[in-house]
Design a protein around this ligand. Structure first.
Ligand code: ACM
Ligand code: ZN
Length: 765
């Protein structure tokens, strides 16, 4: 009996030790988060002998993708059989699930996937991919145990449009780069790829009827965007303009590139294998300079050019414009099987139409109210053409102005046009939310951080259920003015694409940033295997110049904590690398120098931070002591060209004031303001003064210019730091507003304190 018991115990121990290992909840890092998820004991081991059983053609894309991943990373593909099996990976039809929904049940013996169509099966495989070790992303054979935790998942997306956009005009990306990007989208269950193929800076799609569009329109002499990128590249490799996009023509180095129609078909097929629909954008009637350059009859004055901000658009009073557009679109619709053709419609310089007799003739002929209605009239004609080809028109939210055509779908991007979604929904038009402030991934990660992307709510709070039905989903955009290569594109995309994906897929109630960020952190090793140059926290503490008298404490921090991130810096003006000094604690600096720092995670680095550390001696306080609290203000009517021209006479008509602000002066034209007072330094120390103004403004300490916010500009701020002895310090501030007076304020930051208004509380006269 004793031996028998021992035998049972031994068998039990053997069974337990043979069982596949179990996983902890925090090891599961699915993005986007599934609708229903349960983690169970043990795991399934994928081996070369594991078989796949299929039952329907709709499973083909999913199975091919899974086998492609395994073949690369594990060195084997799984046998696929149409016979029902009881073990291995089983794909089963489940007609009651909606199109993109799936169920995934992993037990130690089998993986059962249920869906009703190809997207559902495909997304189940993407979930499986994220449940497998990160090495599943490897393009070469990795020696790992291919364990899938036992889970039970029921999942489906919140929105049907989960999109990413890329701009090929400002800087071009190659076919291989497009494919790699489509694979990124695949991992996060995104399903719509918007290609911005034409714009002022280059035409990127072959149109056989108009060969000059790509023969010439796809190539440019490097422009100001290129020059700025080249300048930035001096200290940041991520701004190097991709060399492969240059070519030599008649001794001239030209930037550009385009896709042949054959390549476009290849992109569309590659996307389709990943359940991604491609939406082409041919931006019209503005943003069309690359075409007008080569077919000048398209414009009102038969020549391409720039108005104040935007390029001169096509003439909408000439029949040849409509013909041209239709001929272009006739070729485009044949290449893209998806339902939508995006015609842009944004940022048109309507002044060209105001000045054009032909455009004005068109307005009269059709009884249109204004140039916005002229654009709507154009859109309606284009829409009719597209509808006849079985396509739906899509455009940026400017298409709302002047009246929306019936079947048009709007892309809302202008946070400053908040009414557009209401107008579209009430008119019965569908829309995709791609707001500039949250979903423009070309903005820096500092300006649009991960949480800002994550927290965006695509449905306006007061939208009714009927209005909400018109929101197809969300999309983020990657305008490429400052994205001159694919590494920079990765840096702008990751990890923000994950926040977009979760908003597009996961229900609003299930979203939680802290929980999300824990999963994002675990995706960094996966991004490493994918060779992605993602964004990492930036170095903080060098945003402003550092000024000291005896010594300065330089305290560097990271904008958020992330495992494996280190700061390297230099004090000799050279660019920091991983071989530079590693930052471990605050530095005490006793002489002037330049400090440059950047964060690294392995070889991945972020943008350089630089500041000057300046030594000053204290400025002595004035012998003057004020009799009154507050400031003196001098208001002058008169026209000057710039703030530097303001002269302050010895005798003038002062008024007392407590604050530096525009107030009612905002309604005035042609004037300037001068403020004067004594600032009280409450102790010896380094003080910071800041001017915020439009137009131009200057702050003098005594006779010396301290803050230079001069020139002529829109609202902006400039600051300066100065070491002051305790006591009273005389200053003047001169302000010449722009033609649209917006703001004048001044701020002071006392040593170690928060910024406060420079006003009567700290000034006297
Ligand atoms: C846009 O950003 N002009 C749509
Ligand atoms: Zn015209």
């Amino acid at each position: 009996m004793k031996n028998y018991c021992l035998f049972i115990v031994l068998i039990f121990i053997m069974l337990v030790s043979c069982a596949n290992p179990s996983f902890q909840e925090d090891e599961i890092t699915l993005i986007p988060k599934p609708l229903h998820f349960q983690l169970n004991e043990q795991s399934f081991r994928v081996k070369s002998s594991t078989s796949i059983s299929v039952s329907d053609e709709s499973q083909t894309k999913a199975v091919s993708y899974l086998n492609m991943l395994l073949e690369q990373a594990a060195g084997f593909a799984l046998d696929v059989s149409e016979e029902a099996q009881s073990g291995g990976i089983l794909f089963e039809m489940s007609a009651d699930l909606s199109g993109e929904a799936y169920q995934l049940e992993v037990t130690p013996r089998q993986i059962r996937i249920k869906a009703s169509g190809e997207s559902g099966f495909f997304y189940a495989v993407q979930t499986l991919r994220q449940l497998l070790p990160a090495q599943i992303e490897s393009k070469t054979k990795a020696n790992v145990d291919w364990l899938v935790p036992c889970v039970s998942i029921e999942d489906e997306p919140r929105f049907s449009w989960r999109g990413m956009h890329m701009d090929f005009s400002r800087h071009f990306f190659t076919l291989d780069e497009v494919k790699t990007f489509l694979d990124y989208m695949t991992l996060y269950k995104l399903n719509t790829y918007h290609m911005h193929l034409t714009d002022d800076q280059g035409w990127r799609i072959e149109i056989k009827k108009y060969p000059l569009l790509t023969e010439k329109g796809a190539w440019r002499i490097p422009n100001n965007q290129d020059t700025i990128c080249m300048e930035r590249a001096k200290e940041n490799d991520l701004f190097q303009i991709a060399e492969k996009n240059f070519r030599q023509v008649d001794g001239e180095r030209l930037y550009g590139g385009f896709f042949t129609q054959e390549e476009i078909r290849e992109i569309v097929d590659y996307a389709d294998e990943r359940c991604i629909t491609v939406v082409p954008e041919i931006d019209m009637p503005g943003h069309f300079k690359a075409a007008i350059d080569n077919y000048p009859f398209l414009s009102c004055k038969d020549q391409a050019g720039w108005a104040t901000v935007f390029s001169t658009p096509c003439c909408l009073g000439k029949e040849t414009t409509y013909e041209f557009m239709e001929n272009v679109l006739a070729e485009v619709v044949e290449l893209f099987p998806g339902p939508y053709i995006h015609i842009g419609g944004d940022e048109v310089n309507i002044q060209s139409w105001i000045d054009c007799p032909k455009c004005q003739g068109e307005i009269k002929k059709h009884g249109l109210k204004d140039e916005h209605e002229l654009q709507s009239h154009f859109n309606r004609r284009i829409e009719k053409f597209l509808q006849a080809k079985g396509k739906q028109l899509m455009g940026w939210d400017e298409i709302v102005r002047g009246g929306l055509s019936e079947g048009a779908t709007m892309m809302w991007w202008r946070n400053w046009a908040p009414q557009a979604p209401y107008i579209a929904a009430d008119n019965g038009n569908d829309m995709v939310m791609t707001p500039d402030f949250q979903y423009y991934f070309d903005f820096t990660n500092e300006a649009t951080p991960l949480q800002k992307v994550y927290d965006y709510k695509p449905v306006p709070e007061d939208f009714s259920p009927q209005q909400t039905e018109h929101i197809l989903g969300v999309q983020a955009n990657l305008w490429s003015e400052w994205i001159p290569n694919f590494k920079r594109l990765q840096y702008q995309t990751f990890p923000r694409i994950m926040a977009l994906a979760e908003t597009g897929w996961t229900s609003e109630e299930a979203k939680d940033f802290d929980d999300f960020f824990k999963r994002v952190e675990k995706h960094y090793p996966r991004m490493d295997v994918m060779d992605i140059h993602y964004y990492i926290p930036s170095v903080e503490g060098l945003e402003k110049k550092i000024v000291f008298v005896d010594s300065a404490l330089v305290d560097l921090t990271l904008s958020f904590p992330l495992e494996g991130v280190e700061i390297f810096y230099t004090l000799d003006g050279s660019l920091p690398t991983r071989q530079s000094l590693r930052y471990t604690q605050p530095l005490v600096v006793k002489k002037p120098m330049v400090i440059k720092a950047r964060a690294y995670r392995g070889e991945v680095f972020n943008d350089l931070k630089t500041t000057e550390i300046e030594q000053q001696s204290y400025r002595e306080a004035s012998a003057m002591v004020p009799d009154n609290k507050g400031l003196k203000r001098w208001f002058v009517k008169g026209k000057l060209n710039n703030v530097e021209e303001i002269k302050v006479p010895v005798t003038r008509n002062w008024q007392k004031t407590e604050t530096i602000e525009l107030g009612d002066f905002a309604k005035q034209k042609d004037f300037y303001l001068v403020y004067e007072g004594l600032f009280e330094a409450s102790r010896d120390g380094v003080y910071e003064f800041e001017l915020r103004s439009d137009g131009g403004s200057l702050m003098f300490l005594g006779d010396e210019l301290l803050v230079d916010n001069g020139g002529y500009h829109g609202p902006r701020k400039r600051y300066a730091k100065v070491a002051l002895k305790k006591g009273w310090h005389p200053f003047t501030i001169r302000y010449l507003p722009s033609s649209n007076p917006r703001v004048i304020t001044a701020w002071v930051t006392n040593p170690g304190e928060e910024a406060q208004f420079l006003d009567g509380s700290v000034c006297g006269f």
